[in-house]
Design a protein around this ligand. Structure first.
Ligand code: TYM
Length: 345
């Protein structure tokens, strides 16, 4: 298969309450990958409207995610930060992919089933077609690597299936238009480390999520030191001391989650954390976790506050990023039109 230049793409929805799961599962990786790759990070506002959004709130959420990217250490000059709706090629390629993806593929998506719930007839068509837009986000840049949390794995597999089917269906035209034996790369998910699925602090069997009605279920990136301390202290645990081996975490989802969070925040492994805290009571471990969380997240929250206080700066970052992203996306879309046989003027 053809060789593609390595390029990283990922996205985060501007739907309020960015939390520790988003940070450890995704944004920390975004920051790391800047060292080794060209990176494009997108605030996916088109995805947000697959469920109802308040327009005023949406505007501030877009700025908040942008601020989080910058506050966490993404460099908007060396890489690209932008909001999806400003590059119309995402929606354009998504339409093409709606015609490539099969109903049967989308019917298998567990996230749609979860989000649509029992009232499926009343879910938006956009929510159903969401994974085709996600494939377009990645492939409109012909990106090769996609850092995400565990919950996005199935969507990434679908993106690969769409890329593969497009390459197969149009193989002759792809060759004729000078793109060799494949036009789209099969994007690789990057799902690594001890916190690919951060769980709720209230229930170790439920994912930490923006939509959980209890704010005590998650640590928000904007929480201050007091809120972080309270949430960690109140986090559900069990009465046993921590085990010394990872094996001992298996039947203990809450312990497993807190150890995973500690490991990810300190850049080590669960095994290393248990070497230090094996045999300790939760009270001791939680105190250490509070200190670590406050040390890591406190400066991010403070920087986010500063940045969101200057919306003109945030908007200028998005405008600049959208322009640079758009230039890449337009080239891909022109090629796609040639491959499909459309006439361009
Ligand atoms: P979103 O906005 O729900 O989440 C953003 C990122 O955070 C990760 N994440 C988690 N990781 C670990 N533990 C958790 N509890 C947790 N909750 C969320 C998500 O896996 C994600 O990486 N569909 C995507 C956004 C998207 C996208 C894309 C991603 C749109 N287009 C193209 C990659 C490539 C979403 O809703 O993420």
């Amino acid at each position: 298969m053809a060789q593609f230049k390595e390029l990283v793409f990922s996205g985060v929805q501007p739907t309020g309450n960015l939390h520790l799961g988003n940070y450890l599962g995704a944004i920390v990786k975004f920051v790391e990958l800047q060292k080794s790759h060209d990176c494009i990070y997108c605030v996916v506002d088109l995805h947000a409207i697959t469920v109802p959004q308040d327009p005023v709130q949406l505007t501030s959420s877009i700025r908040e995610v942008t601020a989080a990217f910058i506050a966490c250490g993404i460099d908007p000059k060396a890489h690209i930060i932008f909001n999806q709706s400003q590059v119309p090629e995402h929606a354009e390629l998504a339409w093409v992919f709606n015609c490539v993806a099969r109903l049967g593929w989308l019917n298998r998506m567990t996230q749609f089933k979860e989000k649509a719930g029992k009232d499926r007839e009343n879910a938006s068509v956009g929510l159903y077609a969401y994974p085709a837009l996600m494939a377009a986000d990645i492939l409109v840049y012909r990106a090769t690597h996609v850092p995400v949390g565990e919950d996005q794995k199935q969507h990434l597999e679908l993106s690969r299936d769409i890329a593969q089917k497009f390459n197969n269906d149009f193989s002759e035209s792809i060759t004729r238009t000078g793109f060799g034996d494949a036009f789209f790369p099969l994007p690789e998910p990057l799902i690594q480390g001890p916190a690919t699925r951060v769980m709720s602090l209230r229930d170790g069997t439920k994912k930490m999520s923006k939509s959980d009605p209890s704010d005590y279920s998650r640590i928000n990136l904007t929480d201050d030191a007091d809120a972080i301390a309270q949430k960690v202290r109140k986090a559900k645990t069990d009465p046993e001391p921590l085990p010394s081996e990872e094996e001992g975490l298996k039947p203990r989802p809450e312990a497993d989650n807190l150890v995973g969070i500690y490991a990810a925040l300190s850049g080590t492994t669960k095994a290393a954390v248990l070497q230090e805290f094996g045999g300790a009571q939760f009270s001791t471990f939680k105190s250490a976790l509070v200190d670590l969380s406050v040390a890591r997240l406190g400066p991010i929250g403070a920087e986010m506050k500063k940045l969101t206080g200057d919306p003109a700066y945030i908007d200028s970052v998005l405008a600049d990023g959208s322009e640079r992203a758009g230039a890449i996306a337009r080239k891909t879309m022109d090629a796609v039109k040639d491959i499909l046989g459309f006439i361009r003027h």
